[in-house]
Design a protein around this ligand. Structure first.
Ligand code: HSE
Length: 446
């Protein structure tokens, strides 16, 4: 055994021992010998803050110190690394900022905290010479932060597109497989424990948006810029659109997209048609998948579970190993928090949604009359939007005036979103367009 391996274990304070904290404790204990061989010294949880001490004691055994006061953990003189797995952006933020001010390294799986306050957290960490590691914040089991920050550091990254929310991917997969509506599948997902009792954060797209925000910063070296108005969830998605998309060779996935363009950075989360033949389209159920396009490596793809107790522990412990290896190194030798040196961050702007360039799937419920398609095509042409494909279904409904109705599906080539917005508002005023037009963005990911 080297001298290094005989160092006394580095002391960790754990904030929270729920699903993730419990998994971290368990995996750290189970794999302690292997982890020590990698880290160069043992990693030991010295103190745990928990709300329910009886439950916590049953999880950590008799030796570990427990407290109900999380400030005791972040102020404890023996603790060198604080692991924050309580979530939220209020108490968690206070604790993380205090830990940093006390000169402690932080490992966190808290995507909301970083997406909303990351710049402040990283600036404080920089000032105090400590590391804030966050692999567990994005697609837990997939080492995507490591891949972007280190594995691809020789590349100019062009785009990142990810299925980074398992709950919504499970719902979309079930809707497609079983032809069921959103509400029915959501209820099933809740019954099976795949979706939270309050699933709004997942289904409205904000969980994915927090993760996409972090990925964009790490991919392009831009400050963290969470854009809630660039987020569209899956609650309005109809089973009919999933079926039509499938018939046209596409699957609909909730994608987090970060793309570098000549105008700036696109950062957005929305349901997206992607070709069924792409590997990413075949990431099903609650799994996560992330594609990265970079200039030298080309397209790389990462796949794994995006949630779970030990899956998140895997990321948290990898961060602990990194910190244990590097905490004695000069701060300038460590991997920068957002992949690029703090004084070399890019000022490329995040573009407004109106400036995003993408292609579209449109579904118009129309009166089945002569000239309807010509009028719709005319508006698209006047807005300089090129049509890629059109399908008109046979009339499937006769309304009370004995008039036939049908669905008109249009796929377009790329255009800027402001032009599509203008075309949609004009098409919507046509008397033969009978319902709100469905618009879903499409990405070829080629
Ligand atoms: N609720 C998330 C998901 C996992 O469904 O993927 C934690 O971010």
């Amino acid at each position: 055994m080297s001298n290094k391996l005989s160092l006394k274990p580095i002391q960790v304070g754990l904030l929270g021992i729920g699903t993730v904290g419990g998994g971290t404790f368990r995996v750290l204990e189970r794999n302690q010998e292997e982890i020590k061989r990698r880290a160069g010294r043992g990693i030991e949880i010295g103190i745990v803050a928990a709300r329910d001490l009886v439950r916590a004691r049953s999880m950590v055994g008799p030796e570990t110190r427990l407290t109900v006061d999380p400030m005791e953990v972040v102020n404890h003189p023996d603790i060198e690394i604080v692991v924050e797995v309580i979530g939220g952006t209020t108490l968690a933020k206070d604790l993380v900022m205090r830990a940093i001010a006390n000169g402690k390294h932080v490992v966190t799986a808290n995507k909301a905290l970083l997406a909303e306050h990351g710049n402040e957290v990283f600036a404080a960490a920089q000032k105090h010479g400590v590391m804030v590691a966050f692999e567990g914040a994005v697609a837990v089991s997939i080492p995507i932060i490591k891949a972007l920050r280190e594995g691809l550091s020789g590349n100019r990254i062009e785009w990142v597109a990810g299925i980074i929310n398992g709950t919504t991917n499970f719902i979309l997969s079930e809707m497609r497989d079983k032809g069921l509506g959103f509400d029915t599948v959501l209820a099933q997902a809740q019954a099976l424990g795949y979706a939270e009792a309050d699933p709004s954060f997942d289904i409205e797209g904000f969980d994915a948006a927090h993760k996409a925000t972090i990925l964009a910063s790490v991919a392009f070296g831009i400050p963290i810029q969470f854009k809630p108005d660039h987020v569209e969830g899956i609650t309005q998605l109809a089973a009919a659109d999933i079926t039509y998309a499938f018939q046209m060779g596409y699957r609909i996935k909730l994608l987090g997209i970060a793309k570098r363009t000549s105008q700036g950075i696109e950062l957005r989360v929305h349901p997206t048609l992607i070709p069924s033949k792409r590997l990413l389209a075949n990431v099903e159920g609650s799994m996560n998948g992330i594609m990265v396009k970079s200039d030298a490596a080309g397209i790389t793809m990462y796949y794994g579970a995006g949630a779970g107790s030990e899956q998140t522990a895997s990321a948290v412990i990898a961060d602990l190993v990194d910190v244990a290896r590097l905490h004695t190194a000069d701060a300038a030798q460590r991997v920068p928090h957002l992949a690029f040196q703090p004084d070399a961050m890019s000022s490329e702007p995040v573009l407004p949604m109106s400036a995003v360039v993408t292609s579209y799937y449109l579904r118009l419920r129309v009166a089945d009359q002569a000239g309807v398609l010509a009028k719709v095509a005319g508006i698209l042409a006047e807005c300089d939007i090129s049509i890629d494909a059109v399908i008109q279904r046979e009339a499937d409904e006769i309304d009370s005036d004995n008039a036939a109705q049908t669905d008109l599906i249009i796929l377009t080539h790329d255009c800027v979103e402001s032009r599509m917005d203008a075309a949609l508002s004009r098409m919507q005023t046509l008397p033969t367009v009978l319902q709100k037009i469905v618009r879903i963005r499409k990405e070829e990911l080629a």
